[in-house]
Design a protein around this ligand. Structure first.
Ligand SMILES: NC(=O)c1ccc[n+]([C@@H]2O[C@H](COP(=O)([O-])OP(=O)(O)OC[C@H]3O[C@@H](n4cnc5c(N)ncnc54)[C@H](O)[C@@H]3O)[C@@H](O)[C@H]2O)c1
Length: 235
């Protein structure tokens, strides 16, 4: 990627690349804006094809955080972090070996080096335990058991009430009864969202890459399973 010219980079304040040889940690922290306050945004670990894909992801997400935080009226800017899955983790972001705790302490040092311009939290494949390990190296982390804990139930609730506001506007009623909703990814956020939608009477179309999760969604919500490549256009 030619960084400065890339549309995803536009208006970012800074982008930071970190590596820590002993733990194999390779991470990128993007700070889109600190105009309203410290840049808050979670940290995700997913399987990227290469660092260029990771960079595109973090730039896109950090800009989104500036918009989300300002729309929510918070005195916070927008930032985001991505960590590459290290060699030796079998390409599994949920790898649970002893190296995991060390890697998140190293990531905490990276966050700390930014002096509070960026505040991190959980995102995809990052647990409260991972955040607790970051906390051993920095105080600039939220989503700990001693604080608000795992943010994913609130994230799901935010999506649900956002959808309700949209359908009220589009259809003149905020009832999900009789509506069909497609959900891609039934993890911490997606599963909770499906629970809320199911309770509210929506019919669910779902896609995930884990067969067992799909079978549970079919059993618990009567959800219709759709191929992940078709879910965006499914009706
Ligand atoms: N967890 C949070 O509090 C939080 C906060 C803000 C935003 N988000 C966003 O919400 C989304 C979900 O986050 P999460 O924490 O629930 O992650 P998660 O890792 O718990 O769940 C992700 C799910 O998606 C599935 N998946 C992966 N690739 C897929 C594909 N190509 N097609 C269909 N399913 C696929 C996985 O199997 C898993 O079930 C992410 O975009 C994340 O950035 C999460």
């Amino acid at each position: 990627m030619s960084v400065f010219e890339d549309v995803a980079f536009r208006r970012h304040q800074s982008v930071h690349f970190f590596s820590d040889e002993p733990t194999g940690m390779q991470a990128i922290i993007a700070i889109h804006s600190t105009d309203l306050g410290p840049a808050l945004g979670g940290c995700r670990m997913v399987r990227y094809a290469d660092s260029s894909e990771a960079l595109t992801d973090v730039l896109r997400l950090s800009r989104g955080m500036s918009l989300k935080n300002s729309l929510a009226g918070l005195d916070l800017g927008g930032g985001k972090a991505v960590i590459m899955v290290p060699d030796g983790w079998n390409n599994d972001p949920r790898y649970d070996g002893p190296e995991r705790a060390r890697l998140f302490r190293a990531f905490g040092r990276a966050v700390d080096s930014l002096g509070g311009r960026y505040i991190t939290a959980e995102d995809m494949n990052i647990s409260v335990e991972d955040a607790t390990n970051m906390r051993k190296s920095t105080r600039h982390v939220v989503g700990l058991d001693s604080g608000m804990g795992d943010p994913s139930p609130l994230t799901a609730q935010g999506v649900f009430v956002g959808m309700r506001a949209c359908i009220a506007r589009a259809f003149g009623s905020d009832s999900f009864d009789g509506l069909t909703v497609a959900v891609q990814g039934l993890g911490k956020v997606g599963w909770r969202l499906c629970e809320d939608l199911h309770k509210a009477g929506a019919k669910l179309l779902v896609a995930d890459i884990v067969e067992e999760t799909l079978a549970r969604a079919k059993a618990e919500f009567g959800a219709q399973i759709v191929d992940k490549d078709d879910i965006v256009t499914a009706k």
